[in-house]
Design a protein around this ligand. Structure first.
Ligand code: ZN
Length: 335
């Protein structure tokens, strides 16, 4: 059983100077594709589900799909993570379904749209850590707001993370991982022109809170050939643009241990399905298009794993259990 607390994956990534991709899922084919890519490249992996995904698929179905991935892949360390939890209640529910990691996005109110004050963020994040830590479960928080809106999450405005606030926030909460706003954005229409990430800001934040794993959200690259394939087969995604992989790679050495990928997977899947529909309109068995969609996602994720440097690291360490993590927190004065 290689279901591990996310903190272990992030610490190993920091040591190895790579980042672990966190891939969003809401159905079986996506989970299978991600695991096929992880096996092919021998990568540790974070499988994450947003609240929207949990609502769509139902918590229980997703739990068992994730556990099937764990059972089928005993040699791949896997963390099950809740993406953009909006309240202590949602985090508790995920933990009760054996998620080993939760994000509490206290940068936004429970409606996942309205920005909170720093104090409100501190308060809700602290409440989740007080609940999760004695159970060995990892907690990711967010400070600053990204642009864009995805899965109904986001204020739509970019508000870069303030380094002074990051120091105070981590000092008070002792959170495991912190999502920072450094110029990325959720969704497929992130930017009008090539974006510039705030590299100096990442460096400053990392130098001041070196023991906290930093997380990049909104990091899909929107590969132009995939967007073009959607448009070629009758889709309509003009001017979709993301964060170039080279920009992501430039921040990985400065404490960025987790990189969230959602949009790119959606685009790969949709392009593959559109191709089948256009080229073979007589087909009507869902396997005829969900199969190619799964293959397209596998190719995409395997490439991400190589690009992020995750490939080859699945066997680097002995997987920790949540009980091991509780002992670790105690030994390090975090519990
Ligand atoms: Zn996000």
């Amino acid at each position: 059983m290689a279901l591990v607390p996310m903190r272990q994956l992030l610490e190993e990534a920091e040591k190895g100077k790579y980042a672990v991709g966190a891939y969003n899922v809401n159905n079986m084919e996506q989970i299978q594709a991600i695991m096929a890519a992880a096996r092919e490249t021998q990568s540790p992996v974070i499988i994450q589900a947003s609240r929207g995904a949990l609502k769509y698929s139902n918590f229980t179905y997703l739990k068992h799909l994730m556990l099937a991935a764990v059972e089928e892949n005993p040699n791949i360390p896997i963390a099950m993570h809740l993406d953009h939890g909006n309240s202590l209640e949602t985090c508790k529910e995920a933990i009760s379904l054996c998620f080993t990691s939760v994000m509490i996005d206290g940068s936004l109110k429970e409606d996942s749209k309205t920005p909170t004050t720093f104090e409100e963020n501190l308060e809700v994040t602290t409440s989740v850590i007080e609940y999760a830590r004695p159970l060995g479960v990892t907690v990711e928080a967010e400070l600053g707001t990204l642009g864009g809106i995805e899965d109904g999450v986001g204020s739509g405005h970019i508000n870069l993370t303030d380094p002074d606030q990051a120091v105070e926030f981590v000092g008070k909460t002792k959170v495991d991982a912190l999502a920072i706003a450094i110029g990325t954005s959720h969704g497929a229409y992130k930017f009008k022109k090539e974006p510039k990430l705030a590299l100096d800001l990442v460096k400053e934040i990392h130098s001041r809170i070196p023991d906290t794993a930093l997380v990049m959200h909104g990091s899909s690259s929107v590969p132009q050939e995939l967007a073009a394939s959607i448009n070629k087969y009758g889709g309509n995604m003009p001017n979709a643009r993301g964060v170039p992989m080279s920009a992501i790679q430039s921040v990985i050495p400065y404490g960025v241990d987790k990189v969230n990928i959602d949009t790119d997977g959606r685009i790969a899947i949709t392009g593959a399905i559109r191709k089948v529909f256009v080229e073979t309109p007589e087909k009507f068995d869902p396997r005829d298009y969900l199969g190619p969609a799964r293959e397209a996602l596998t190719v995409l994720v395997a490439q991400k794993m190589r690009d992020l440097g995750t490939a080859g690291h699945a066997g680097d360490f002995e997987p920790k259990s949540l009980d091991d993590m509780i002992e670790y927190y105690k030994a390090n004065g975090l519990l």
